[in-house]
Design a protein around this ligand. Structure first.
Ligand code: SAT
Ligand code: MN
Length: 629
């Protein structure tokens, strides 16, 4: 064992258990230096210097962008890699279901603890940090000290990861102080290295061929090798706050979900909180920051990606946003679609894989009104000269902004309340061009859990494997994020609903993305479709209906799939263009027979006997109602 070369902070500031973790991993990964993060401005300067030396980072025009930075990654390291993401448990059964046909479900990717340990400690991590600094980041998911929060220690050899983690979580001294005064606190061990091979670029080392992201829920550990991007490397996010946290939540009786939380206030000043689960890159950020178009209503943002929810003593399900920043998809974000967000991106923001303009700004698809393309040159994310006529995109489709939550004008006053906010409604949703109406309400909790279990959505660029467009099953928008067997997860949701004196949120399904064919477009190669609903700020009209339903207002009628708005119950006054309400809410027998078939096939093929009986019964009941149409 060699002496560690500590260049910042001191080992003594760490609890003995943390120190032992740092030492053992440093001995495996062999960094040249160790830096213990305190979260200070001085440290920030060191990180920026380090990234400027490797030409990883570019400063944006300081007149318009205060302390804003641009990073371009290796072209092979641009999204989460689901096929290389594993959950490692003693029993296979704890992670994946055996399906009706005896195969292993694709919901959850299992590898044995022994095989993964061998791979990581013998093949991947030895010497993986040679020549680099190992940063030790003490971080808290959720406000430091909140009973709903959890602590992690991330070790990483990427200054970029430290910089983003400082935005996305609470890091450094307050966390170390908390640990010192609460030495029994359980912490999650998070090891990350960009890898031994430096790839093609000095500015973005990575090892894409050997990337592996492993979770060990039984020992509260995450190990990620080979990628520096997003959910692969910011381990507090999907790895900890969803995969590991979902198993903690199962054991401790709460919920860790892929959900935004927003606060909505009606013109009379009454406020409610809504949580909503959509797959990655389906508009959670836009909904969380929505600017209502109907007068008198206000929407404020608690979080845009992850919700941790737990009952309080009065039986209210209360949620916190465990994160402290937004890691949002850039393309499509504009003054038209998300004005509050756009305004907050001018300070303390790190952009990754967006395009660069010759006047020191940024550009991405959708920003056409913000950037005068006639007066600037645009360099695409991968370094090519770009014009609107180019055959490639300026920004990568999964390019991101990483920005502090407290810069948002509409951040909710209660967003850091350690008690969390009471959740009145839960929304599920996805991108569905057909079949699914704009909104429907489940009949009860069990039916709502069925609705979450049977969600489907169009693939997006948030995953490396999501390039081919198709509708895929994405139960609870958690498909890539389950920390344990999906059948057990559904059972946990049912159990949560059975808690005595629980004030259960109502469960809804929304679909902003239903389309109709444009008349006259017969050419199959150019099948043109148009959205039936304007979306964005106008989605507040749907939220208004949901708000009224949580007050038990008589504004719904029964359909075979759930309650839908009574005719005229959805406020449509002031819409710029008339909408075709009939088409938006149509429930077609043939489409739903097909849907039922797809869901049954999925349940059989992916969940098998692990699916709770109550959920299969819900599917049978749906089929009967649809058949009777
Ligand atoms: O890359 S992340 O996993 O952080 C973002 C997402 O896919 O939702
Ligand atoms: Mn997400």
């Amino acid at each position: 064992m060699t002496e560690l070369n500590i260049v910042y902070g001191s080992l003594e500031s760490l609890l003995p258990e943390v120190r032992a973790y740092v030492t053992s991993k440093a001995n495996l990964c062999r960094p040249d230096r160790v830096h213990i993060c305190d979260g200070s401005p001085a440290e920030f300067k060191l990180l920026i210097d380090a990234m400027e030396r490797t030409r990883t980072i570019k400063k944006l025009d300081a007149d318009r962008f205060e302390n804003c930075w641009l990073v371009d990654t290796d072209v092979r390291d641009i999204a989460r890699v689901e096929s290389k993401t594993f959950i490692c448990t003693k029993n296979v059964d704890d992670t994946v279901s055996e399906t009706k046909y005896g195969a292993l479900s694709k919901l959850g990717n299992w590898m044995s603890v022994e095989s993964m340990d061998f791979l990581l400690t013998r093949k991947r991590f030895p010497n993986s940090m040679a020549g680099r600094t190992m940063y030790v980041i003490p971080f808290s998911m959720g406000p430091v000290g909140s009973p709903l929060s959890k602590i992690g220690i991330q070790l990483t050899d990427s200054a970029y990861v430290v910089t983003c983690t400082r935005i996305m979580t609470r890091v450094g001294k307050p966390v170390l102080d908390y640990l010192q005064s609460h030495p029994d606190t359980k912490f999650i061990r998070c090891l990350h290295s960009v890898g031994r091979s430096i790839g093609m670029m000095m500015s973005w080392p990575c090892d894409p061929d050997n990337t592996v992201i492993a979770h060990f829920p039984e020992r509260n550990e995450i190990c990620s090798y080979g990628s520096g991007y997003g959910g692969n490397s910011l381990l507090g996010k999907k790895c900890f706050a969803l995969r590991i946290a979902s198993t903690l939540a199962r054991d401790e009786g709460w919920l860790a979900e892929h959900m935004l939380i927003l606060g909505i206030t009606n013109p009379e000043g009454k406020k409610k909180f809504i949580a909503a689960a959509f797959p990655s890159a389906c508009g959670k950020t836009n909904l969380a920051m929505l600017q209502p178009t109907i007068p008198g209503w206000k929407v404020e943002c608690v979080g845009d990606d992850i919700a941790w929810m737990r009952y309080d003593d009065e039986g209210n399900l209360r949620g916190i946003n465990p994160e402290a920043g937004f890691f949002g998809v850039a393309p499509g974000t504009s003054m038209k679609t998300n004005p509050y967000c756009m305004k907050s991106l001018h300070k303390d923001t790190v952009f990754t894989n967006v395009a660069y303009t010759s006047d020191g700004g940024v550009y991405w698809e959708g920003m056409d009104e913000e950037v005068d393309l006639d007066s600037v040159h645009v360099t695409s994310w991968d370094g090519r000269h770009w014009t609107p006529e180019s055959s490639f995109t300026a920004a990568h489709k999964n390019s991101r902004f990483c920005t502090p939550a407290n810069h948002l004008e509409t951040i909710d006053p209660a967003w850091e309340d350690p008690k969390g906010v009471p959740i009145a409604a839960i929304l599920f949703g996805g991108r569905r061009p057909d079949t699914v109406p704009l909104v429907f309400e489940s009949f009860d909790w069990t039916h709502g859990v069925f609705v979450g279990s049977s969600m489907r959505s169009m693939t997006t660029a948030a995953s490396l494997e999501g390039v081919v467009k198709r509708v895929q099953h994405d139960p609870f928008a958690m498909r890539p994020f389950f920390g344990y067997n999906f059948g057990h997860y559904v059972q946990h949701w049912l159990d949560v609903g059975k808690k005595p004196n629980a004030k259960l949120p109502k469960i809804f399904h929304v679909n902003w993305f239903r389309t109709e064919k444009v008349p006259g477009a017969h050419d199959h190669n150019k099948r043109k479709e148009r959205y039936l609903w304007p979306g964005f700020g106008e989605n507040c009209r749907v939220l208004e209906w949901i708000f009224r339903r949580t007050d038990e207002e008589d504004v719904a009628i029964k359909s075979p799939i759930g309650y839908i708005p009574k005719p005229d119950a959805l406020s449509l006054d002031g819409l710029h263009e008339p909408v075709k309400v009939d088409k938006l809410f149509a429930v077609h027998k043939d489409e739903w027979m097909n849907e039922v078939g797809k869901i049954r096939e999925y349940f059989d093929e992916q969940i098998g006997s692990h699916m709770p009986k109550e959920i299969v019964t819900e599917l049978d009941k749906l089929e009967e109602r649809v058949k009777a149409m």
